[in-house]
Design a protein around this ligand. Structure first.
Ligand code: RNT
Ligand code: ZN
Length: 424
C-alpha cells in the first residue's frame, strides 16, 4: 500500500511549509529538533512482559497483557531482532527501555538480588552497535517473593532486604549502561505493593517503603550515567483498595529527596490527566519521566494513539518549554495483535503528537491569552488542529528513510510470514 511517492510528498510539504511560516512556525527547524528528542521504546511490548526467567502466569501487580497472537519473542536474540525491525519503521533515533527480567544468564539461575551488568552484555553491545542509549527498570513483580503483595514495603525483613538489594543492583546496572553507552540511563522504580481489600494500616507500609527507598538511594551515583525515578499508581488488579506507592507518596518523596517522578498516563483516576500535572511538577522540579500509555477505562496499557490526551501531553511539554527536560518513555503492551505493529503504531503515534505539538503556533495562542482575548485563544486552538501537519510528518518519515503512510504494513506482513509465524 504505497500511496505516496517522493514527488507528491515534497509538493505537499512545500505548501505546508508556507502555511506554517505564515503563522510564524519554521517547519525545517521542527524537523531538525525532532532528531534530538528520543523516546524510550519499551522492550516488553515484544514478549507480553514475560522476560527470560521462565516465569509463567500473570505478571502480578495488575500488569496484564491480554491476547495470544502468534510470534512472541522468547529470548534476547528474537526480541532484539523484533525491536530492530520495529525501529527500522520508526523515524528518528531512539532509546530502548529494559527490565531486570530481560537479563541473559545463559541458562544459569541468577536471583534478582545477584544480578550484575554482565548479564546485560548482549543488550549493551547491541545498543552500542545501534548507537542508542538504554534505560532500565528493576522488576519487583512476577516473582515468588512478590506473591504476598508487598516487596519494598513488606514488613517481613527477609522479603524487604531481597528487594532492596535488587533495587541497589539495578542502579549499578543502570550506571554501567550509562557509562558504556555514554548516555545517562533512566532507572525507574515501580512496585506493585498494595492490597485487594482494605488494609488496617496504610501508614506502616508507607513508612517502610520510605525507609527502603532511602536504602536503595543511599549510594550517590553520577547523574551523567544514571537518573533515578519513581512511579506512582492509583490501583491495580489485585490492589484495588490500596496501593502503597501512591501519587502523594512519591510526590512527597521526590520533592524531599530530589528524585525524578514518573507519571504514567494510566495511573490516575479516569478523568484525571497527566497533561495537567506537567506544569505543577516543573514549578518545583526540573526533570520528569513520562510513561506514555493509553488507558481504556482502567490502566489497560493499550497501544498509544495520536489522540487528544497524547497530543495534550506533548503540547503541555512544549508550552512549559520542558521538551528538553522530560524523559519520554512508552508503556503499553498488546498481545492480541502483531506485536511489531503495536510498537510501530504506538511509537509513530507518539512522534506524531510530538511533531504536532512542536508545529503549534504557540506564541499566537499565548498572545491571545495575555491580551485577555479568550475567544481568540479558543478559535486559534481550534483552527490550528487542521493545519497541514500530515505533510510535514510524511516529509520527516521520508527524510529518515522510513516508509511513509501505510507503506510499512507491507514490511510487517513479510516479517510476520518469514519470521514471526515460524516461531510456533
Ligand atoms: C505498571 C507500571 C510499570 C510497568 C512496566 C512494565 O503499572 O506502569 O511502568 O508497566 O514497568
Ligand atoms: Zn508505567
Amino acid at each position: 500500500m504505497k500511496v505516496y511517492d517522493e514527488k507528491k510528498i515534497n509538493q505537499c510539504y512545500f505548501i505546508a511549509k508556507e502555511v506554517y511560516s505564515e503563522y510564524g512556525v519554521d517547519t525545517e527547524k521542527v524537523i531538525n529538533k525532532m532528531k534530538n528528542i528520543p523516546v524510550s521504546i519499551h522492550c516488553w511490548q515484544g514478549d507480553d512482559v514475560t522476560g527470560f526467567e521462565g516465569h509463567t502466569g500473570l505478571s502480578g501487580g495488575g500488569i496484564l497483557a491480554t491476547g495470544n497472537y502468534p510470534g512472541r519473542a522468547r529470548n534476547g536474540e528474537e526480541l532484539r531482532r523484533d525491536i530492530d525491525k520495529a525501529m527500522s519503521l520508526i523515524p528518528g533515533s531512539h532509546r530502548v527501555n529494559l527490565h531486570a527480567i530481560y537479563a541473559e544468564t545463559n541458562g544459569k539461575k541468577v536471583e534478582r538480588d545477584q544480578l550484575t551488568a554482565e548479564y546485560f552484555k548482549n543488550w549493551i553491545d547491541w545498543a552500542k552497535s545501534n548507537g542508542i542509549g538504554l534505560d532500565f527498570n528493576p522488576t519487583f513483580f512476577s516473582h515468588k517473593m512478590a506473591d504476598k503483595g508487598y516487596t519494598l514495603s513488606s514488613a517481613d525483613e527477609k522479603t524487604r532486604n531481597f528487594w532492596i538489594e535488587h533495587g541497589k543492583r539495578c542502579r549499578e546496572i543502570g550506571e554501567e549502561m550509562g557509562k558504556q553507552l555514554g548516555s545517562a540511563c533512566v532507572n525507574n522504580i515501580w512496585i506493585p505493593d498494595g492490597t485487594k481489600d482494605i488494609p488496617a494500616s496504610r501508614l506502616n507500609s508507607r513508612k517502610i517503603l520510605k525507609d527502603s527507598l532511602d536504602k536503595i538511594f543511599e549510594i550517590k551515583h553520577e547523574s551523567k550515567y544514571i537518573l533515578d525515578s519513581i512511579e506512582c499508581k492509583l490501583f491495580g488488579i489485585g490492589s484495588e483498595s490500596y496501593v502503597v506507592g501512591s501519587h502523594e507518596f512519591y510526590m512527597g518523596y521526590a520533592m524531599k529527596n530530589d528524585v525524578m517522578l514518573c507519571l504514567d498516563a494510566g495511573h490516575f483516576h479516569p478523568t484525571e490527566t497527566v497533561s495537567d500535572k506537567i506544569s505543577s511538577i516543573f514549578t518545583f522540579q526540573d526533570k520528569l519521566l513520562l510513561h506514555v500509555s493509553r488507558p481504556v477505562r482502567w490502566d489497560s496499557d493499550h497501544v498509544v494513539l495520536f489522540n487528544d490526551e497524547t497530543i495534550a501531553i506533548l503540547q503541555e511539554a512544549k508550552r512549559c518549554d520542558a521538551l528538553g527536560n522530560i524523559n519520554f518513555a512508552l508503556d503499553f503492551f498488546d498481545a492480541s495483535i502483531n506485536r511489531i505493529t503495536a510498537w510501530v503504531t504506538g511509537t509513530r503515534a507518539f512522534l506524531k503528537a510530538l511533531m504536532f505539538a512542536m508545529l503549534e503556533p504557540t506564541e499566537l495562542i499565548m498572545k491571545a491569552e495575555s491580551e485577555g482575548n479568550f475567544g481568540n485563544r479558543l478559535a486559534l486552538m481550534e483552527e490550528f488542529k487542521t493545519l497541514p501537519f500530515a505533510a510535514v510528518w510524511n516529509r520527516y518519515c521520508q527524510e529518515n528513510s522510513v516508509p511513509v503512510g501505510t507503506a510499512w504494513l507491507d514490511d510487517i506482513d513479510k516479517y510476520e510470514r518469514e519470521v514471526l509465524f515460524k516461531r510456533i
